[in-house]
Design a protein around this ligand. Structure first.
Ligand code: FAD
Ligand code: NAD
Ligand code: FES
Length: 314
């Protein structure tokens, strides 16, 4: 069981969770993720580690509600627990001194890109952060974005906050002004990452994208997260999740991500009808599991003490 030590709302349908996971907190690096399962028989979903505190033994993740599992997760509060959290998984971001690095992030991609932005700053890059969201209530972590960059630009699709327009508008403006970018990382919805790749490819700017393919085991065994790079197949969980944007076949990624759309919609609908019962069942299951664990621990301690006692007698 992994205890939620702090839960808070970061934006519309976006929640941040700090979870006790000491081993992951010690090992994780920017760009890596965890795969978690909220409850028994639940789906496994990948989520990027936004930050970690090895001293406190915690990791922080940010979750956007999109389907059944993220809906259940985003009902949880401080003190609740998650059944399994496995990680850190995936290859860390390649951090080095590029020169000027632009981070282009859409919606929850902002949280996912923050650790890499911080690490690029620490590696002496000039970091430009472009954050895009549909509207004001979906702009997240603005203070952290400003702290993790030398220049930050916030845009909304409807112009309700920051500048009006898509992230690619700002990226194009920067390039049209004659600025030289040595590296770009794009993290966001697939159409956004493809649009960024189309801007940077003709200019030959090294561009990485963080691919959100469907994942199951996270070990390279199930094939669920297969992506096409040129004519080579790769697994996003072990070879990625960051890949060279100029090689990614975004059409195949979109097709594969839409494969279970019908079932996903059905299961979200069913969850919405039984939300309160599902949450109550999860909390009851956690309480039972914790009681069983406490009983087992007490039994083992008692056996240990008895064994020690026997040793003393001998
Ligand atoms: P599913 O039921 O699996 O639905 C998935 C897709 O179906 C979504 O794209 C959704 O838009 C679509 N969908 C669902 N219901 C409907 C509907 N009614 N109408 C139309 N479309 C619908 N997400 C984060 O929030 N934070 C992260 O840090 C993060 N990191 C990730 C890291 C990696 C390496 C990867 C691969 C993905 C990451 N994701 C992250 C994405 C996250 O894993 C998925 O959003 C999650 O698995 C969705 O699970 P679900 O059961 O809630 O949704
Ligand atoms: P969204 O549609 O609100 O887009 C966020 C921002 O991306 C927009 O504000 C805009 O600036 C930019 N953008 C979107 N489409 C664009 C385009 N065609 N051209 C240029 N810029 C564009 O995003 P959302 O609805 O919050 O997320 C949609 C899906 O993407 C969700 O299912 C989410 O899980 C997924 N997602 C995946 C990742 C990832 O792992 N790479 C990150 C974020 C979101
Ligand atoms: Fe199974 Fe990547 S998630 S191979």
């Amino acid at each position: 069981m992994f205890r939620i030590v702090e839960a808070r709302t970061a934006g519309l349908n976006i929640r941040q969770y700090t979870i006790a996971a000491p081993r992951i907190a010690r090992k994780q690096r920017p760009g890596q993720f965890v795969i978690l399962r909220v409850k028994e028989n639940g789906e496994r979903i990948p989520l990027t580690i936004k930050s970690a505190d090895p001293a406190a033994g915690t990791i922080t993740i940010v979750v956007q509600t999109v389907g059944k599992t993220t809906s259940l997760l985003n009902c949880l509060e401080t003190g609740d627990a998650i059944l399994d959290v496995v990680g850190p998984l995936g290859r860390p971001s390649e951090i080095k001194k590029y020169g000027t690095a632009a981070i282009v992030a859409g919606s929850v991609g902002t949280a996912m890109a923050l650790p890499t932005a911080r690490a690029l700053m620490d590696a002496d890059n000039h970091v430009i952060f472009i954050e895009g969201a549909r509207s004001r209530e979906m702009v997240i972590f603005e203070d952290e974005v400003r702290a993790a960059s030398h220049e930050a630009y916030i845009l909304t699709d409807d112009g309700s906050y920051g500048e009006h327009g898509l992230v690619t508008k700002k990226l194009e403006e920067i390039l049209t002004a004659g600025r030289k970018l040595d590296f770009v990382l794009a993290v966001g919805p697939v159409p956004m990452m493809r649009a960024v790749a189309r801007v940077t490819a003709p200019l030959g700017i090294k561009t990485m994208v963080s691919l959100n393919s469907i994942m199951v085991d996270g070990t390279g065994m199930c094939g669920g997260c297969r992506v096409l790079l040129g004519n080579q197949s790769k697994f996003a969980c072990v070879d990625g999740p960051e890949f060279d944007a100029s090689l990614v076949n975004f059409d195949v990624l979109m097709q594969r991500n839409a494969m279970y759309r019908g079932q996903e919609c059905q299961s979200l609908k069913a969850f919405d009808q039984h939300r309160a019962e599902e949450l109550a069942q999860h909390r009851a299951a956690v309480a039972t599991k914790e009681k069983e664990t406490a009983q087992l621990r007490a039994k083992l301690e008692k056996q240990g003490l008895e064994a020690q006692g026997e040793t003393h007698h001998v």
